[in-house]
Design a protein around this ligand. Structure first.
Ligand code: NAD
Ligand code: AKB
Length: 315
């Protein structure tokens, strides 16, 4: 059997950096090729191969897949919810065409597996707010959510029609200290830590009682790798799996940070991102992931807050 050789597209982004490092630990540094449109992230430098790549350039992507003997692709390049609302056409174009380029090449080259993340942003105001189930009413109101929902059905299509083993998770908002977030509505939950440490105060762009599904990056990376390593016959969802870690509001996370930094204060001034957040569920039912491939989160709000502050202080 051919040895695993992985291409991560969007490797310099918030998830890409940590996923690339995680995959390199398992598959070996030389077997995980990082790629991005922007320059290599400092944390990746010296840890393995890097190529400059635009996922929209299908020909160049195809050349790299053949040249590097790639057997698996993790596609992370996308425009997220908040940035997407500023340039809907560009968000649709990148989020859709990037995926279709990868799926066509995966089919032609008979790649072993493809990973492509979806998001809780597929859900809209008509979806259940609490414990939103795997299958429910899905009417997204952002271009990002529309592109993710359409992408889920492309994944399902390529699996059914051409047998591409593509797997996907609907990530909640992800919280991390290694690399900066890329323009999402849940980014406040990262900014708040930086501002708490540096300024002891933070002005939040969401209202204090805006509950959203969230997850610590360590859990998200483990979920991704566990899903990708699960036997194919365990994967019953070929659109995208619901995934849950924790759910909290800005007021909750501020209170948790205050336990470590008592002088920390937060003010609230909502902007256009409030409407996006209000359209999403507050919590997610991920029982299908738990049943199919044994998902279980490790971090709750208290454990995540302590780990974030410890690591950011070290930085
Ligand atoms: P990010 O914006 O931090 O990273 C995306 C990376 O893709 C960037 O480094 C960017 O330079 C690169 N990129 C952009 N256009 C490219 C192109 N044409 N060719 C090659 N690379 C290109 O995003 P992220 O937070 O790491 O998200 C990765 C994926 O996970 C996205 O699909 C996103 O929708 C999904 N997701 C993220 C979150 C989250 O909270 N971070 C939650 C749900 C889903
Ligand atoms: C965003 O806020 O856009 C992302 C996501 C939940 O997909 N973090």
């Amino acid at each position: 059997m051919q040895k695993d050789k992985i291409l991560v597209i969007g490797a310099s982004g918030q998830i890409g950096v940590e996923l690339t490092l995680g995959l390199r630990k398992i598959y070996g540094n030389a077997n995980v090729v990082a790629s991005d449109l922007r320059e290599e992230n400092d944390l990746l430098k010296g840890t393995g191969p890097y190529v400059s790549l635009d996922v929209m350039n299908k020909e160049m992507l195809h050349v790299q897949v053949i040249r590097q003997n790639i057997t698996q692709i993790y596609l992370l390049a996308a425009i997220l919810s908040a940035t997407g609302e500023k340039n809907p056409g560009l968000a649709w174009h990148l989020n859709m065409q990037g995926l279709l380029n990868v799926m066509d090449i995966a089919r032609e080259e008979k790649l072993q597996k493809v990973y492509w993340p979806s998001s809780i942003a597929v859900f809209g105001p008509t979806s259940p707010k609490k414990n939103c189930p795997q299958q429910t009413i899905i009417e997204p109101i952002t271009v990002y959510g529309i592109s993710k929902y359409a992408g889920e059905f492309w994944c399902n299509y390529f699996h059914r029609r051409f047998g591409v083993d593509v797997r996907s998770l609907r990530y909640p908002g992800l919280i991390s200290y290694k690399s900066a977030p890329g323009g999402g509505t849940t980014d406040y939950a990262i900014e708040i830590f930086h501002e708490a440490l540096e300024e002891k105060k933070y002005q939040c762009f969401l209202n204090e009682d805006t509950y959203l599904p969230m997850m610590y990056m360590a859990d998200a990376i483990r979920a991704t790798i566990e899903l990708m390593e699960a036997p194919a016959d365990k994967i019953t969802v070929r659109t995208s799996y619901n995934l849950s870690g924790m759910s909290f509001s800005p007021k909750d996370i501020a209170a948790e940070i205050k336990k470590h930094i008592p002088e920390f204060t937060v003010t609230y001034k909502s902007d256009y991102r409030q409407a996006i957040a209000d359209s999403w569920p507050q919590s997610i039912d991920d029982s299908v992931s738990r049943k199919d491939w044994g998902w279980k989160e490790e971090y709750d709000l208290a454990a995540m807050t302590k780990d974030m502050l410890d690591n950011l202080r070290k930085q």
